[in-house]
Structures are given as structure tokens and as C-alpha cells.
Design a protein around this ligand. Structure first.
Ligand SMILES: *[C@@H]1O[C@H](CO)[C@@H](O)[C@H](O)[C@H]1NC(C)=O
Length: 551
């Protein structure tokens, strides 16, 4: 009797600890995605789209800070496929990044289960297919990460929260677009612009007097876009995971790969209004209109379509007006244990300049003259399995060379915990955007002209926005600060898809000699293996815990 009672108590205690352990762990959300081809006709012409669970665009992912997202992706296409998660940091876990350099493609007819954690993150992001020109056929969708319950958000809960995916679009099949580039050509001018997968008539429904959040991402291939709503001001509240100073704008420039949240209030006479998206700084202007529909609307859209400001200066000024709301709660970057990024000593300055050229008579693009070519094995797997000869960690200079472009599997070695200044120099006549996987960075400055050490005088060292995708205006520079606190192999790329595909990208290897799980996770046990990693083993015998050794 006595013994039994003790056992029961022990059992109850054991259960209690088990339950409290489970409760203390971050929640899991499970997804099963089937990627297929399907007919779509966003520009009124039937074409082959890439659907996720039958949808174009794909389903929204709604997560909460620190959620674990377990996404089992089945590839029913006739080509290898990967999804990448723009803005999801994949803390210590670049294996999940879903780009060529980190993850083997999912072969046709096979599946791979991604395990992502949205650790310490909030905000608006998106996912997209990263290989070839799949992005030109769909396969993208929105990711929203809400603050945890009880963490205050610096604005009242909106009456509705809408995904607004905008992007330029081609009627041409993704394989034909890719073939044009493979054959040495360039990407043609797009055929139109889509809003949530529609070339016209996309509608947002609102009720009078209420306020709504719009999460706008540019998922297109090459054009900066301007977004505006007739007669309605938009209050900017969040940019790629940072709550911003709440500035009202009549229109918003959204460069390729960027995400913004705005609030709009239904405070105008009840009717329908134009939602307008147009291409930026192009000689021919593409434009599409959707509808903002009041529930008690007295009539259809009317009046002139609102115009975008045309000056580059306006866009510059808007970009510089985007600042962090330092009073907002929630996870905020604290590089090296301080919230004052402006006080940290920069340990390395990297300057990156793009250029265009030819290799073997074909159009190519480069970063510091290095034009990226993938090899047969993901770089991260080559590192993990210590396979020599896949790449060389010093294969791209960290300053522009002004030389002719050359082919290389470019990887830049950087030190874990370095605090790095990166200056993007744009000597070309187009707006560019750059994205760094695995990180968000502080956008400390952007100006017309050539960067020099004196340019640092205009840096914002107090409330610059922290984000993952930044524009660089024509013949201008943009400077960022990034705290290299996430070990792994991370893609730094042009978001202009032609340029990315033809070499304007490289990998940043954030390296530590430590093999502790505190610094980097093990390769996932279900990792697909390919190239020279085929036949290696992902399983490590014995229990592992924080602080265990990797090898
Ligand atoms: C493929 O899906 C099955 C479940 O249907 C799962 O057990 C398996 O782990 C998945 N494969 C990979 C590589 O994630």
C-alpha cells in the first residue's frame, strides 16, 4: 500500500515534469504541402502555374513567435524543387534554408520535411521556390508571424489582416524563360503585374470606420513597384519584422523581395476605390488595378487612377523615413547583447559592387567580378561531411576589383560574432535589391553617388530599420550593419531573378571552429543527400543535448 502510494506520487510527479517540459517547449505546427502544376490564367491567357495544395498563390503560413513549423513538401513536378523562406532566420540551422547551397533539391515524386523555427521573430515575410525560374510560375505565398499573447503590439488589433502579394508577371512558361537565359539571352520585359495572383480585379473587402492591416510583399522577378490606394492614406507599421515609426504615406515603393505592413482606415465615403500597383523607374510603365470595396459601397470605382510620384528623390526620402519604433515591445535585435547597434565596433568592412558581362558569349552578372556557378553538391553539405574540392572559402574578394567577370562557386568566409559593415555600390542605371538569408541587418545609410569613408557621417546609428532585403538606387550606395551571430552557409543575392540566376549572388560562410550545438545544429536526420554527399550518413549515434559535440 505504502509502496504503491509512493509510486503513484512519483508517477504523478513524473507526469507533472513531463507535462511542464512539454508546455515549456515552443509549439509545433504541422503542414502537408503538395506541389503540382495546374492551369492558371492571371493575364487572361492559360498558362502552367505551380500550385501548392491546389492554390495560386500558395496558402498563408500563420505563425507565432518561436513556433516550430514542420512542413512536409511533396514535389509532384517533373523537375527538382526547393522552397526557401525569405526572412525566416533559421537560427543555427542553415540546412533548412531551401536554397541550392544549403539543401539538396527534392527530386520529382519525392518529399522533404522542413523543420523551421521562427525564433524571436515577428512580422511579414513570404516563401518562394528557389530553383530555376519556378518563381515565374508561382509556388510563393505569405508568412506572417504574430507576437506572442500578452506581448503588446504598438497599434490596436485591426479588424482584418490581409495578404497582398504583388509582382511583375510573364505569360511565358518558366522553363522557356529559363531556357532563354541558359541560351545566353536576357529576361524580356514582363507582360503585367499581379495582385494576389490576379492581373485585374483583386478585391479587398472592408467595413466603414474600421482599420485593416495589409501585408504587402513584392514576389515578382525584376521590377520595383509602387503601391497605392485611391483617397486612402497608408500608415506604415512594420517592415520585415521591425515595428516602424508610424508614418502615413499616400503611396509606397516596394522593391523586389521586400515586405511591408500598413494600416488603412475605411474613412472615406462608402464606394469602391482603386488599389493601384505600377512598375517603378521603367521606360514603359506597367500598371494594374484592384478594388477596395466598402461593404456598404454606393458604387463602382470612379475618377482618375491615382499616380505615383515620379522622382527618384521621393523614393530616397521615403526609404530614409522608415525607422524603427524604439518604443515598441517584442523581440528586437540585440547584437552582442546591446540594443545600441550604433555603439558596436565594426570589425570588417565589405564592399560589394555588381557588374554585367559575358562569359563564353553568354550574358552573366557578378558580385566583385565573381559570377556564381553552382556545383553538384550543396556547399553546406560539403562543409558538414568535409568533402574537399566543392568550393573554396576565399573565392570572392570583399572589395570591388573593377576587373572582368569570371566564373566561380563563390563563398566568402566570415567570422562568427564579427560585426560587419557591408556597402552595396550600384554603378548601374537600375534599382537593385539585395537579400541576405539567415539575418536581418540595420540599414544605416543610402545616398546618391560614390561611397567613401566620409559617407559614414550620414549613417543613422540610432533608429535604422532592421530588415533582410534592401534596395540600392541607380548610381548610389546603401550601407548595412550586420551582426554575424548565426553560424551557417547563407545566401547573399540579388533579388532580381535574372541576375541571381546568372551569377549575381554568393554564399557567406559564417564560421566558427566550435562544434557545439550551442553554435550550430546537426544536419537534420531526414536531410536529402545529393552530389558528392550521396552515401554519407546524417544520423549521429548517442543522445545529444545542448553543448554536445557534433562529430
Ligand atoms: C516524407 O513523408 C513521410 C510521411 O508521408 C515522412 O515520414 C518522411 O519523413 C518524409 N520524408 C522526408 C525526407 O522528410
Amino acid at each position: 500500500m505504502e509502496v504503491k502510494s509512493v509510486n503513484t506520487t512519483a508517477m504523478i510527479l513524473g507526469l507533472f515534469f513531463l507535462i511542464s517540459f512539454v508546455a515549456a517547449e515552443d509549439p509545433y505546427k504541422f503542414f502537408e504541402w503538395h506541389v503540382t502544376y495546374g492551369n492558371i490564367s492571371p493575364l487572361k491567357v492559360a498558362q502552367q502555374g505551380i500550385l501548392i495544395n491546389g492554390k495560386f498563390p500558395g496558402p498563408d503560413i500563420a505563425a507565432v513567435t518561436n513556433d516550430n513549423l514542420i512542413i512536409n513538401v511533396f514535389n509532384h513536378l517533373d523537375e527538382p524543387f526547393l522552397i526557401s523562406w525569405s526572412g525566416i532566420r533559421n537560427w543555427r540551422n542553415s540546412y533548412q534554408d531551401g536554397v541550392y547551397g544549403t539543401t539538396c533539391p527534392i527530386p520529382p515524386g519525392k518529399n522533404y520535411t522542413y523543420a523551421l523555427q521562427v525564433k524571436d521573430q515577428i512580422g511579414s515575410f513570404y516563401y518562394f521556390p528557389s530553383l530555376g525560374f519556378h518563381k515565374a510560375a508561382g509556388g510563393f505565398g505569405a508568412i506572417r508571424i504574430s507576437s506572442r499573447p500578452r506581448i503588446p503590439v504598438p497599434f490596436p488589433a485591426p479588424a482584418g489582416d490581409y495578404t497582398v502579394l504583388i509582382g511583375d508577371w510573364y505569360k511565358t512558361n518558366h522553363k522557356d524563360l529559363r531556357a532563354q537565359l541558359d541560351n545566353g539571352g536576357k529576361l524580356p520585359f514582363p507582360d503585367g503585374i499581379l495582385i494576389n495572383g490576379r492581373g485585374s480585379g483583386a478585391t479587398l473587402n472592408i467595413e466603414p470606420g474600421k482599420t485593416y492591416r495589409l501585408r504587402i510583399s513584392n514576389v515578382g522577378l525584376q521590377n520595383s513597384l509602387n503601391f497605392r490606394i485611391q483617397n486612402h492614406k497608408m500608415k506604415l507599421v512594420e517592415v520585415e519584422g521591425t515595428h516602424t515609426i508610424q508614418t502615413p504615406f499616400s503611396s509606397l515603393d516596394v522593391h523586389v523581395g521586400q515586405s511591408y505592413s500598413v494600416l488603412i482606415t475605411a474613412d472615406q465615403p462608402a464606394k469602391d476605390y482603386y488599389i493601384v500597383v505600377s512598375s517603378r523607374f521603367t521606360s514603359k510603365i506597367l500598371i494594374t488595378a484592384g478594388v477596395l470595396h466598402y461593404s456598404n459601397s454606393a458604387g463602382p470605382v470612379s475618377g482618375p487612377i491615382p499616380e505615383a510620384p515620379i522622382q527618384l528623390r521621393w523614393s530616397f526620402d521615403q526609404a530614409r523615413a522608415i525607422k524603427t519604433n524604439l518604443a515598441a515591445s517584442g523581440p528586437r535585435p540585440n547584437p552582442q547583447g546591446t540594443y545600441h547597434y550604433g555603439k558596436i565596433k565594426v570589425t570588417r568592412t565589405i564592399k560589394l559592387a555588381s557588374s554585367a558581362g559575358n562569359i563564353n558569349g553568354k550574358q552573366r552578372y557578378a558580385v566583385n567580378s565573381a559570377s556564381f556557378y553552382p556545383t553538384d553538391t550543396p556547399l553546406k553539405l560539403a562543409d558538414y561531411f568535409k568533402i574537399a574540392g566543392v568550393y573554396n572559402p576565399g573565392s570572392i574578394p570583399d572589395q570591388p576589383t573593377h576587373g572582368a567577370i569570371y566564373p566561380v562557386t563563390s563563398v566568402m568566409q566570415t567570422d562568427y560574432k564579427a560585426f560587419v559593415e557591408i556597402v552595396f555600390e550600384n554603378w548601374e542605371d537600375i534599382v537593385q535589391t539585395w537579400h541576405l538569408d539567415g539575418y536581418s541587418f540595420f540599414v544605416v545609410g543610402m545616398e546618391l553617388g560614390k561611397w567613401s569613408a566620409a559617407s559614414r557621417k550620414v549613417y543613422n546609428l540610432n533608429d535604422a530599420v532592421s530588415r533582410c532585403t534592401v534596395q540600392v538606387y541607380p548610381r548610389s550606395w546603401t550601407a548595412i550593419y550586420v551582426s554575424l551571430d548565426n553560424v551557417g552557409m547563407w545566401n547573399l543575392r540579388s533579388e532580381l531573378w535574372e541576375r541571381q540566376y546568372l551569377g549575381q549572388q554568393f554564399y557567406m560562410r559564417v564560421y566558427t571552429p566550435s562544434t557545439s550545438l550551442r553554435d550550430e545544429y546537426l544536419i537534420p536526420k531526414n536531410a536529402l543527400l545529393c552530389g558528392r554527399a550521396t552515401g554519407h550518413h546524417t544520423t549521429t549515434p548517442g543522445p545529444l543535448s545542448e553543448g554536445s559535440e557534433r562529430f
